[in-house]
Design a binder for this molecule. Structure first.
Ligand code: KIV
Length: 259
């Protein structure tokens, strides 16, 4: 049975950790889906990791949707979430609805993810949910705010920002978000937020106490040239790929391929 939104509240109630990964293209999305990953996110990290932009800011909704459609064609079981990129939802709730609507119609996404937890974003989340769009929140390190924050720093490192993040999480839940990504914050804060909320938290660089964990798939596979300190590589595909390409090149140059 394909996963629907109720799966996540059941996981939280039953204390079953949620597995989430990013997906950007057909073949690897098929593998992730067949491995039984609960939630696949067409994250805007795609901008930096797969498209080579220097931040997530330049990627457009059209670019994200191009990838999301390929992932949709691959996925039969996992719950599909699409990131709304910078400037596709910040102007107004109506702009957000238009962008989210495109994700749901064109890529058949089951939900969208928005960054931030301040008042305007909470209002937008409430509007989307009222209009029938499931929303995942994202607080802590929010890469779309890199220019305002001045880097990709850990968030919630002092009492004031900890209390702000806790309040943002509560406000997003109250506005109807079905889940919230907690990125790069102290584990104790993520634990407090996870205990306070009835909806599941999905952590990335937020310690072991979240209700689920998400990683950028390229980081998990060891394919990225750089990965954040909190990511764990479960393979070294960069090395495997380099070795395969070198052996192929040698075989071609030595006329060993084709045999
Ligand atoms: O864009 C992305 O990949 C994300 C995850 C890091 C949660 O937002």
């Amino acid at each position: 049975m394909p996963i629907n939104i109720h799966h996540f509240e059941r996981c939280k109630q039953q204390g079953k950790p949620i597995v989430a990964l990013t997906a950007w293209e057909f073949s690897s999305a098929q593998v992730l889906d067949q491995c039984g990953v609960d939630l696949l996110l067409v994250g805007d990290s795609l901008a930096m990791v797969a498209l080579g932009y220097t931040s997530t800011l330049p990627i457009t909704l059209d670019e994200i949707l191009h990838h999301a459609k390929a992932v949709r064609r691959a996925v039969t079981q996992a719950f599909l979430v699409v990131d709304l990129p910078f400037l596709s939802y910040q102007e107004s709730p109506q702009q957000a609805m238009h962008s989210a609507g495109r994700a749901l119609k064109e890529a058949e996404a089951q939900a969208v993810k928005l960054e931030g937890g301040h008042t305007e974003i909470v209002q937008t989340v409430r509007y989307l949910v009222q209009m029938g769009v499931p929303v995942m929140g994202h607080i802590g390190l929010t890469p779309q705010s890199v220019n305002q924050v001045g880097g990709y720093r850990k968030q919630g490192t002092d009492a004031e920002s900890q209390s702000r993040l806790l309040n943002e999480a509560k406000a997003l839940e109250e506005a109807g978000a079905f889940s919230i990504v907690l990125e790069h914050m102290p584990p104790e804060l993520a634990q407090q937020i996870s205990r306070t909320l009835a909806i599941p938290t999905i952590g990335i660089g937020a310690g072991p106490h979240c209700d689920g964990q998400v990683l950028v798939t390229h980081d998990l596979l060891g394919l990225s040239e750089w990965r954040p300190p909190f990511a764990r590589a479960y393979a070294n595909l960069r090395e495997t790929m380099t070795d395969a390409v070198k052996r192929f090149s040698d075989d071609v140059r030595e006329r060993r391929f084709p045999g």
